[in-house]
Design a protein around this ligand. Structure first.
Ligand SMILES: *[C@@H]1O[C@H](CO)[C@@H](O)[C@H](O)[C@H]1NC(C)=O
Ligand SMILES: *[C@@H]1O[C@H](CO)[C@@H](O)[C@H](O)[C@H]1NC(C)=O
Ligand SMILES: *[C@@H]1O[C@H](CO)[C@@H](O)[C@H](O)[C@H]1NC(C)=O
Ligand SMILES: *[C@@H]1O[C@H](CO)[C@@H](O)[C@H](O)[C@H]1NC(C)=O
Ligand SMILES: *[C@@H]1O[C@H](CO)[C@@H](O)[C@H](O)[C@H]1NC(C)=O
Ligand SMILES: *[C@@H]1O[C@H](CO)[C@@H](O)[C@H](O)[C@H]1NC(C)=O
Length: 673
């Protein structure tokens, strides 16, 4: 690690001398840092949504035909998808039929010698099994006397069962009957190559087969929500100290066509009433992580939300004509009423009936997503001509306090009408993020940064070049410089969202995300960017403060947290001349000599700008040094920062203790004993 010197005794030559005034800044939202989540490549289903069973309800669409994907027969069973005259529900018309094979062939592995037959699920490319209480359920159609056996098994070693439970049958002929159970494994599985099996004794059948549907298994979830979030992934996000969640997209909101977008109404209520939809990322989605689940997520992590409403543009370029738009505006108003209307309003009462009488807070509504992109010129023109203005007018009339966000920025060529604000999505090389540092400085119209990440290496390969394999150090420093630029304009930039936030190591194309995961929780990995965002997010400013001083290659924003009566300074150092350290002399008007502050400096312990945290290596290349610095006789804090570092200075003394109690500075792989 490059060394850096703290509290120098002598005045620094060529120091960046920064004088922060005690007034003259602007109020911030205090909610700058967050992320976008949509179900991009199994970051929802198979990701943060904790369901362990893949293809649990045989959902399908024109794009993704019905299949038994994820399922295998157990024992002497034959599996077939089937459409009963009496489906489980309109939303879930297909079930799996399980019958004993007529021929007298050798029982398959898994029959456990007891003659049981059934089916097993491979999970989302495996299943973690730990000594915890798993909650399961399944629906059965057909008569059966006996017990069902639910098991978590090894997929590598024959007959290794980690946990098993018998469920008394309540199945009846001619009727769908739900069964629920709890399963507590007696031991932890050594790896995630496990399956879930559900079997029964064919001797107990009344007829010749049974149908099953909506076979579900959840481990304990984040904050113990029913139908909730996977704990280790949710905790990795909560520990980021986020304050903003933008959902449900993103492209997923738009859908491939104007018949297959994310319709919030399809995501409500019992799972058996959620049809699923094709999404836009190459697989059928369940709708399990629905609107209520997103809102519970926000509530449980104390996040403000930016909700995207469907605005008449799909990815294939379907544009809703002006005279057909009103139903979609009404639908957005209903959605807003569902979220924050009183419990006796039409849609507020639906929310109340789903167990949430109290409204959720909602201050930001975004109209569509990237409307400058999918529909070409026609889409973008229709957005400016009628789609955005009509949505904004209707939303503001009903909810004057809601900030309505255009899905494009002024830099996308839209003179956004007041009181709307814009949304800017820079996916960039680190150099470009640094070049854009001052982009919002004299920009009168507000924006959110609804999606941002360093994605491509420096060197002009550009958008069509390869993504980096993971967030990498110089990219994360580039993000820090942009974040500082946004926070300097925090009066007009109420939110900044990393995107996309999660990546399944088993199913991806888009590699650069804050957190990576797989079925095996040991692979859950905080990226280099996670550490940078965490540091800035953990120190919210209520007001910015003007600062005098040079910029580049040291970039900074100063402010105060009035609740803590503290001064805060966030900084990043990009490329320096000859890789030299940068001396800093930092004074705050009103800070007396002898005042103490906490200085946290993140550096790259590998010294390689391309270094990254690799889930399979379990490494953490982000070094963090926390020291106490003291203002000298002239009231200035003096220290040096190395090239490609990210720094935070905070005079709040309680932060020193608070930071000691979180694990953010621990190597992300503390589980690796
Ligand atoms: C406060 O906001 C105004 C208007 O947006 C801007 O001109 C000024 O630079 C801001 N001050 C600081 C310290 O950011
Ligand atoms: C599965 O059921 C369908 C009708 O539902 C039938 O056409 C098909 O032959 C069956 N396949 C098997 C392997 O039994
Ligand atoms: C076990 O699962 C891991 C992924 O969790 C996979 O990489 C590995 O190939 C699996 N092992 C076997 C023998 O299937
Ligand atoms: C859906 O897209 C089609 C084809 O572009 C268009 O004709 C139709 O008006 C659209 N309908 C709605 C409701 O957006
Ligand atoms: C900064 O240094 C990196 C190499 O570490 C290089 O790729 C990049 O182009 C440099 N950027 C500038 C603006 O000098
Ligand atoms: C998502 O996964 C599918 C299937 O693995 C793949 O074809 C597709 O390219 C992926 N898309 C993204 C955006 O990662």
């Amino acid at each position: 690690m490059r060394s850096f010197i703290l509290s120098l005794a002598l005045p620094l030559a060529n120091a960046f001398t920064i004088n922060v005034a005690s007034s003259g800044g602007n109020a911030t939202s205090g909610k700058q840092y967050g992320f976008l989540h949509e179900d991009i490549n199994n970051s929802g289903d198979g990701g943060i949504y904790a369901e362990l069973i893949r293809n649990r309800a045989f959902q399908y669409s024109d794009a993704y035909p019905l299949s038994l994907d994820g399922w295998r027969p157990v024992g002497n069973a034959k599996l077939n998808t089937s459409r009963l005259d009496e489906p489980l529900s309109d939303a879930l018309p297909v079930s799996v039929n399980v019958s004993p094979r007529k021929s007298n062939c050798t029982p398959r592995r898994g029959a456990a010698g007891n003659g049981n037959i059934g089916l097993l699920n491979e999970g989302w490319w495996g299943m973690a099994v730990e000594e915890k209480t798993y909650t399961g359920s399944f629906w059965v159609y057909g008569g059966y006397e006996g017990v069902f056996t639910a098991e978590l098994r090894s997929d590598l070693e024959e007959d290794v069962v980690f946990g098993s439970v018998e469920i008394e049958s309540e199945a009846q002929e001619g009727k769908w009957v739900e069964h629920t159970f709890e399963l507590v494994p007696e031991s932890n599985a050594p790896n995630s190559n496990n399956t879930f099996a559900l079997t029964f004794d064919p001797a107990g059948l009344t007829d010749d087969s049974l149908n099953f549907n909506l076979i579900s298994l959840f481990p304990p979830t984040y904050k113990n929500r029913k139908n909730g979030l996977r704990v280790d992934i949710a905790e990795a996000l909560a520990q980021l100290h986020p304050s903003m969640l933008r959902f449900p997209g993103g492209n997923m909101l738009e859908g491939e066509t104007n018949k297959t977008y994310w319709d919030w109404k399809d995501t409500l209520g019992p799972l058996k009433d959620r049809p699923g939809f094709p999404g836009v990322w190459g697989y059928q989605q369940t709708h399990g992580l629905g609107l209520v689940e997103y809102l519970e997520w926000a509530q449980d992590m104390d996040l403000d939300i930016v909700i995207g409403v469907w605005a008449g543009l799909a990815l294939n370029g379907d544009i809703t004509p002006k005279d057909e738009l009103q139903p979609f505006i009404d639908d957005a108003l209903n959605q807003i009423e569902f979220i924050r209307g009183p419990a006796d309003s039409t849609w507020g009462s639906v929310r109340a009936s789903l167990g949430h009488p109290d409204p959720w807070p909602l201050h930001y509504v975004e109209v569509g997503n990237e409307d400058w992109l999918a529909g070409g010129d026609a889409g973008w023109e229709s957005y400016q001509e009628y789609r955005f203005p009509m949505f904004m007018k209707a939303i503001r009339e009903a909810y004057p306090d809601i900030t309505v966000i255009s899905s494009g920025a002024t830099s996308d060529g839209y003179d956004i009408p007041a009181p709307g604000i814009g949304d800017y999505h820079p996916y960039r090389e680190p150099d470009a993020l640094v070049e854009e540092f001052d982009m919002f400085d004299n920009q009168p119209i507000g924006h959110i940064i609804g999606e941002v990440a360093a994605t491509h290496p420096n060197g002009g390969i550009g958008w069509d070049g390869d993504l980096m394999p993971f967030p990498w150090w110089i990219g994360s420093v580039g993000e820090a410089v942009s974040l500082i630029g946004y926070e300097r304009n925090a009066d007009r930039i109420p939110a900044t969202c990393y995107a996309p936030v999660l990546r399944s190591m088993d199913r991806w194309q888009w590699a650069v995300t804050l957190v990576q995961f797989a079925a095996d929780p040991k692979l859950t990995t905080r990226s280099t960017s996670w550490y940078v965002w965490e540091l800035f997010a953990a120190h919210p400013m209520t007001h910015t403060l003007p600062a005098e001083g040079e910029l580049d290659p040291l970039f900074y924003v100063s402010g105060t947290n009035e609740d803590k009566q503290s001064f805060i300074w966030k900084a990043a150092v990009y490329n320096t001349t000859d890789h030299a350290d940068v001396p800093v002399s930092l004074s705050f008007e009103g800070v007396e000599p002898g005042t103490k502050a906490t200085l946290t400096v993140l550096t790259n312990i590998e010294g390689d700008p391309y270094a990254y945290n690799d889930p399979h290596e379990g490494n953490n290349i982000v070094g963090s040094t926390v020291t106490t610095v003291e203002a000298g006789d002239d009231g200035a804090f003096e220290f040096e920062l190395p090239e490609l570092s990210v720094a935070l200075l905070d005079t709040a003394q309680e932060d020193v203790q608070a930071r000691d109690t979180i694990d953010a500075r621990e190597p992300s792989k503390s589980w690796r004993a």
